[in-house]
Design a protein around this ligand. Structure first.
Ligand SMILES: [Zn+2]
Length: 134
């Protein structure tokens, strides 16, 4: 499916979160940014965090953590972008996290390139059938 204006604004937001986070100059942190729009219309963002000894997480983790910390779990659209402007589909762990944080997220749109988005269920056809949602 082609991208809408709303999708393009989400990509811009992910670029902005990288720029904001770069100011603190941590090693291997903020090379990726992620933004998501919830079903309620709220926007949450995060950057990847990487530290020595294998400590760290993907940008999607941070965006999802911010969303959950604000009492939401249903994602309408999500995107991750690197500092060079390339859009990246989520890694396997993040695909599972999006799936497990809300049963309805199988229909989340994932922006996978500058002109394409697809539903999570297409990226994760054999998802682990479990959810943290009670
Ligand atoms: Zn990931």
């Amino acid at each position: 499916m082609k991208l809408t204006m709303e999708d393009k604004e989400l990509i811009e937001e992910a670029k902005q979160v990288i720029l904001k986070s770069k100011q603190i100059k941590l090693v291997d942190t903020a090379s990726m940014g992620s933004s998501l729009l919830t079903s309620n219309g709220n926007l949450f963002s995060g950057v990847c965090m990487g530290f020595y000894c294998g400590i760290g997480s993907c940008a999607e983790y941070q965006a999802i953590g911010s969303m959950v910390s604000n009492g939401e779990n249903e994602i309408k659209i999500i995107v991750a972008i690197s500092e060079n402007g390339n859009i990246h589909p989520p890694c396997g762990k993040c695909r599972e996290m999006i799936n497990q944080v809300c049963k309805g997220n199988k229909d989340t749109f994932v922006i996978v390139s500058k002109n394409k988005k697809i539903k999570l269920k297409e990226l994760l056809p054999l998802a682990w059938e479990c959810s943290i949602e009670k």
